[in-house]
Ligand binder design. Structure first.
Ligand code: IPE
Ligand code: IPE
Ligand code: MG
Length: 247
């Protein structure tokens, strides 16, 4: 039986998030420029996006560029932004063919004009697609998101639109970039690093974490199936006891 056949279709993660890491090390190992690692990484993105759509995972969120990544050398940042534009242009077809809606989270105003415009254009063109929502985290930082949320809620309190005693989880959820997305069920990070790097801090409160040594440009369908099978072998207790879940 193939890995794919072993997957229980009734217990798929509803929201899968991926920290796509290791492009630079992949290139270095091969004696190539880092930019080639990013280019190879964008090909892995296509395979994983198509596979998730095929599996009918409704929400896929990919960490593509963090607020901290702005501190990389200018040349690398420029290369990544150009790659974003060319990938969006190229992949609109993949999105259309697979009925995928594009979404983006992060401080999008910080993106170069061209990248920002292309992104909004593809979001607009795919807005009625309904099989899967693909969210790109771009210029995204969870702390920045939380600060923005606190500012917006504080302003509403100041203007008597909301009372502090009514602030609960749903109020916070509704002010995050991810307001239209469910909580993350499974978070995968590639490249052997065991950290979150300022990604979706609020939204991964009860996510299952899965780390793999595979570098992102080498990431293929079967790696994803392995991660999902591993996820399906876990018991998500949400604070309860195992006996409560299996009476
Ligand atoms: C992930 O790969 C892509 C981005 C962060 C944009 P890296 O570029 O971080 O690759 P490593 O971690 O240096 O190998
Ligand atoms: C996290 O990877 C950001 C993305 C994958 C876009 P980094 O490579 O930037 O993270 P650190 O610096 O190793 O924590
Ligand atoms: Mg990295």
């Amino acid at each position: 039986m193939t890995l794919q056949d072993q997957i229980d279709k009734s217990r798929l993660p509803r929201h899968l998030a991926v920290i796509m890491d290791g492009n630079g090390r992949w290139a270095k190992k091969k004696g190539l420029f880092r930019s080639l690692g990013h280019e190879k990484g964008s090909q892995a993105v296509r395979e994983i996006v198509e596979t998730c759509a095929e599996l009918s995972i409704p929400y896929l969120t990919l960490y593509a560029f963090s607020t901290e990544n702005w501190n990389r050398p200018k040349f690398e940042v420029d290369t990544l932004m150009k790659l974003l534009v060319s990938s969006l242009k190229k992949e609109i077809k993949t999105l259309e063919e697979n009925n995928i809606k594009l979404n983006a989270i992060g401080n999008l105003d910080a993106l170069p004009n061209k990248a920002h415009r292309e992104l909004l254009d593809v979001i607009e063109r795919t807005k009625t697609n309904s099989k899967m929502t693909l969210t790109l985290a771009l210029s995204y930082g969870a702390r920045e998101e939380i600060i923005k949320t606190i500012k917006e809620i504080s302003l509403k309190v100041k203007n008597n639109l909301i009372s502090p005693s009514n602030i609960d989880e749903s109020v916070i959820n509704n002010h995050l970039y991810t307001r239209d997305l469910p909580d993350v069920d499974l978070l995968i990070r590639t490249s052997g690093e065991h950290r979150i790097s300022n990604f979706l801090l609020w939204q991964i409160a009860y996510a299952e974490l899965y780390f793999t040594d595979t570098l992102w440009p080498d990431y293929r369908k079967d790696h994803l199936f392995e991660a999902i099978l591993n996820y399906q072998n876990r018991e998500r207790r949400f604070g309860k006891t195992s006996e409560q879940l299996n009476p």
